[in-house]
Every structure is written in structure tokens, then in C-alpha cells.
Design a protein around this ligand. Structure first.
Ligand code: TXA
Ligand code: MG
Length: 317
């Protein structure tokens, strides 16, 4: 039986015993374990059925703590860290020896972030180790944005779910690193390119779309709902699929009611923040609904729209 609650002392006790605790963050819920303990980290991979070649992000309560586990030396990355932590930014940094190889899948870089959630920040200060935490979903499925999502899917695989309410951003963190002295974005996420470039100038986007990624974590099958999802012009897709029961994931305009379709409007007022909050929730609802397929349109490719479009592409057929 799993317990859901908001008691950070219970959560800390489980973590100290190398057990698994789901933690709230501003992006999505994470499945956390003591990053310094091989057994604990191993059970994260097992609970998620995640392949060992896909490394984990470690979470810490402050930028000062990062220096104990990684080398943060580049001035641009330091500026990003100072500006956006706690927040939806993950940095890929050269790791120190105290981070076990299982966390980084044997890579020399470790992904680190300071999440912006009051309960989790308190919990991180309470335990004296970093928490390795991937999103708290079975591997390849949509990330959870509420404690209930975690409980629905991981059931008895998690020892405690720290309930911090609905996530405030709803989409995973933006992953940033350095290659040949160029700042690169490896995953579009809750921190927008515009915000990053306003802070440190031009960056390069290196999102790998192949199913055999060079940078782990860019697997195409990520974020896949169970219902087939098709992306394109909605009117066109409605015509082609007139024989099916469809769900329509739209943005703003929702004049599709005559089609007897289920409408999931990401944001009636075309607000990208609201769309990010609704995206994973709606994909889950659609999976449980009596529809054959889900059809969906691209959002404006600016701000959070870029990260949302990336998730839609990965989720689609
Ligand atoms: O918002 C988030 O980042 C959430 C919350 C819980 O913090 N976490 C999250 O973790 O999305 P996960 O494991 O679902 O995605 C982390 C991504 C993976 O795609 C992984 O491949 C990549 O980060 N990653 C982690 N460590 C890496 C490393 N050393 N080198 C390259 N990629 C790395
Ligand atoms: Mg994930």
C-alpha cells in the first residue's frame, strides 16, 4: 500500500532508508532516491523500468551544494544558475567522484538542478544527500503533474508520495550544457530559449530526434500516450478520420463541436503557460476516454510553445 501525504519527515525517513519517495517539483513529479547509494538508485531504474543507459538528474537545495558534486566553472552557466535556480533549469556539468556511475550511466557529466517547490526544497535540506529523480512515470509514458498521477501508475512501487499539489509549470526542465565552448540546449522545457538568451546571449539547440539518441533522454518514444496521436491540420485530420471516435487537443479555437468529438482545449485564451499546465493532464484524460485516436495541432513555436511542440512530436505517430 502506498501512502500519500505532505509530511517531509516521513519522506526523509524513507529516503534515509534508501527507499523511494515521489517528490513534487514546479515542473513534474520526480521519483526520488538517495543519489549516493547504488542500491537506492538501482531501485529507481527498476520501478520505472528505465534502461540503465538513460542517466538521472540529481536535485539539490542550493547552488552552493552543487559545488560538492559537480564542477560549475563556466561563467555563462553560473549566470544561468544564479538567475534561474531554484527553477526549471538542468545543467550538465563535469561530475565529481562522489556521484556514483549508475546515476550518470557511466558518463563524465552529471545533470543537476535546484527545483522550485517549497516542500521539496525543505526535504532536500533535511536529508544530507542529493536526490536522484527522474520523472515519476513508467519509462516512455507521460510525466505526472499531480500526486494522483503518480499513485495511479507506480502504485506499490513507491514507498511514499509527497503531495505538493499540482505542478506549477507542468513540463520538464530545460537541459543546458556546453559543447566546444558553445552553450547548448539538449531538451526544451519549462525555461524558455528566450529567457536563456536574454540572460547569456545566443545559444544552440541540439535536440536529437532519432530513436538512437547521442544524448540520452532524447528518445523519440518519450511522452507517448497509449492512444494514437496525430499531429497536423485539425480540419484535415477530422475529415480523414470521420469513421473514428476522436479527441481533439486544440489551442484557442474549438469550433469542432459538430464533429461529436471530445474537445481538450489546452488554453481557450491561447496562453502558453496554461497550455503547458494542461498538456500532460489532457494526454492522460484522453488515454482513459472512449476515443479511438487523439488529433492535435502545433502551437505557436515561441516561448513554452517550443517545448510543448517538442513533446507533441515525440508523442505522435
Ligand atoms: O523537470 C525535470 O527535469 C524532472 C523533475 C523531476 O526534475 N525530471 C526529469 O527527469 O524530467 P527525466 O529522467 O525524466 O529526464 C531527465 C533527462 C533524461 O532524458 C536524461 O537522459 C537526461 O536528462 N540526462 C540526465 N543526465 C544526463 C547526462 N549526464 N548526460 C546527458 N543527459 C542526461
Ligand atoms: Mg522523464
Amino acid at each position: 500500500m502506498i501512502k500519500i501525504g505532505s509530511d517531509i519527515n516521513i519522506a526523509a525517513n524513507f529516503l534515509l532508508q534508501n527507499k523511494l519517495v515521489a517528490i513534487p517539483t514546479e515542473t513534474v513529479y520526480g521519483l526520488a532516491a538517495n543519489a549516493l547509494n547504488d542500491e537506492a538508485v538501482l531501485s529507481v531504474f527498476k520501478a520505472k523500468q528505465r534502461p540503465f543507459f538513460d542517466p538521472l538528474i540529481i536535485h539539490l537545495p542550493s547552488i552552493e551544494q552543487i559545488y560538492n558534486y559537480a564542477f560549475l566553472t563556466d561563467n555563462r552557466l553560473i549566470k544561468l544558475a544564479n538567475t534561474f535556480w531554484p527553477g526549471p533549469l538542468t545543467l550538465l556539468l563535469p561530475k565529481k567522484n562522489n556521484i556514483p556511475n549508475i546515476v550518470t550511466s557511466g558518463l563524465n557529466l552529471v545533470a543537476v538542478r535546484v527545483p522550485n517547490h517549497p516542500l521539496t526544497l525543505k526535504l532536500l535540506s533535511l536529508v544530507n544527500f542529493p536526490l536522484a529523480a527522474p520523472s515519476a512515470n513508467p519509462f516512455g509514458y507521460v510525466s505526472p503533474t499531480s500526486a494522483q498521477h503518480v499513485s495511479n501508475q507506480l502504485k506499490d512501487k513507491v514507498d511514499y508520495i509527497l503531495d505538493g499539489g499540482a505542478c506549477q509549470i507542468g513540463i520538464e526542465s530545460t537541459i543546458v550544457g556546453i559543447e566546444n565552448n558553445t552553450v547548448c540546449i539538449y531538451r526544451l522545457g519549462g525555461l524558455t530559449i528566450e529567457e536563456i538568451e536574454n540572460c547569456i546571449g545566443k545559444v544552440e539547440i541540439r535536440i536529437n530526434n532519432s530513436s538512437n539518441p547521442k544524448v540520452p533522454g532524447q528518445l523519440k518514444s518519450h511522452y507517448a500516450p497509449k492512444k494514437p496521436l496525430f499531429l497536423g491540420d485539425l480540419n484535415e485530420l477530422i475529415k480523414i478520420n470521420s469513421d473514428k471516435k476522436i479527441g481533439i487537443l486544440c489551442f484557442g479555437n474549438e469550433d469542432y463541436k459538430s464533429q461529436k468529438a471530445l474537445i481538450y482545449n489546452l488554453s481557450k485564451t491561447k496562453n502558453l503557460n496554461e497550455a503547458a499546465l494542461n498538456l500532460f493532464k489532457f494526454l492522460r484524460l484522453a488515454d482513459d476516454a472512449k476515443i479511438d485516436i487523439l488529433i492535435c495541432e502545433f502551437l505557436p513555436n515561441i516561448g513554452l510553445g517550443m517545448a510543448i511542440n517538442d513533446r507533441l512530436k515525440r508523442a505522435s505517430h
